[in-house]
Write a protein that binds this ligand. Structure first.
Ligand code: PBG
Length: 329
């Protein structure tokens, strides 16, 4: 007869010491699984702080180079680059100009740290358009899906030419992965991979990013990014991207979409990544700055949760700090 006051099954046994806990941990974070998003501002002579993302800057080319080397030394997996151009126009010309800031930064990254880090580029027009949308507009002001695909093809080729190893379409246009794949292949870039933002939701958590890239957007992106209410649709988007040839699929944001992440991970036959976005960063930094939360524990807990839900790698603004200072040895 079992004595209810003396259980024989005791899960606490495995929690008794740091060494035991360390040994039975089901999820670990390795620096190689962390990717640092970086902003490079055209014409900046000094790094420009981003007020809503304390600790994150818009880089000058010099500070960018230094940060690339720091990231390489920290042993993270890669960098994901965003350009902040001085000029914007209706079709986002700066995105396809070989001398556009993002393409310049990509060349520099490959030269400086190309052997140590995977160089990825944001493939989207919003940083370059004067209306701030991720695509080109039709006469009625709506975002024209199919005309945008042509611009994405040109952008993919420009980025691959500059040295991108993974292009990362983040605009949520229908058919973007297939269009980009065909343009890359037609131009001899069959070895350049596509990191597809597959299930990307229209999220309030991108707020600080808009400051980070000096976004020109008025209005919102709800006609192309997904409704936060929709789980099944997230799976559908990921499945479509897999069929179109995505090399990696991504869910974004991370913390509010762990269910989607876990379900995509269950069906995907390619790596599944997650993007811990600007608002997730800002929220935790703000709470920590107020002394309301243990900053370092909270950072690790969020990343562990994202990994546990199924992410093979995570884009996070804390990538270098985590790799250098926060991981248990
Ligand atoms: C679009 C893009 C955005 C982010 C990454 N790529 C902004 C948006 O979709 O509105 C957000 C990243 C973040 O918030 O950290 N180019």
């Amino acid at each position: 007869m079992t004595d209810v006051l003396h259980p024989t099954i005791r899960p606490r046994r495995l929690r008794g010491t740091p060494a035991l806990r360390r040994m039975v941990a089901e999820t670990r974070i390795h620096p190689a699984e962390l990717v640092l998003p970086m902003f490079i501002r055209e014409g900046a002579s000094e790094p420009v702080p981003i007020a809503s993302m304390p600790g994150v800057v818009q880089h000058s080319l010099d500070s960018f180079k230094a940060a690339l080397h720091e990231a390489a030394e920290a042993g993270i997996g890669g960098v994901n680059l965003f350009g902040v151009p001085l000029e914007h126009d209706a079709i986002g010309s700066g995105a396809t100009d070989p001398e556009g800031i993002l393409n310049v930064a990509t060349r520099i990254a490959r030269e400086e740290v190309g052997d140590a880090l995977v160089v990825q580029t944001d493939l989207c027009l919003d940083e370059f358009t004067d209306h701030g949308h991720c695509g080109v507009l039709a006469v009625d002001g709506s975002v024209d899906n199919d005309k945008t695909l042509v611009r994405y093809q040109e952008m993919a080729v420009a980025q691959a030419t500059a040295g991108a190893e993974l292009v990362a379409p983040s605009g949520m246009m229908d058919g973007q992965v297939a269009a980009i794949r065909s343009a890359l292949d037609a131009n001899g870039f069959e070895n350049v991979g596509i990191l597809a933002y597959s299930a990307k939701y229209a999220s309030a958590f991108y707020g600080p990013f808009r400051e980070a890239v000096d976004s020109q957007l008025k209005g919102d992106r709800r006609t192309y990014q997904q409704d936060p209410a929709n789980r099944r649709e997230g799976l559908r988007e990921a499945t479509l991207d897999l069929a179109e040839g995505a090399d990696i699929v991504m869910v974004k944001p991370a913390l509010s979409y762990l269910d989607v992440l876990s379900e995509v991970a269950a069906v995907s036959d390619v790596p599944v990544w997650a993007y811990q976005v600007s608002g997730e960063y800002a929220m935790l930094e703000a709470a920590a700055a107020n002394g309301w939360i243990d900053r370092e524990r909270a950072i690790l807990e969020t990343l562990t949760g994202i990994r546990r839900a199924g992410a093979d790698a995570v884009l996070t603004y804390w990538a270098v700090e985590v790799a250098k200072e926060l991981l248990p040895r």
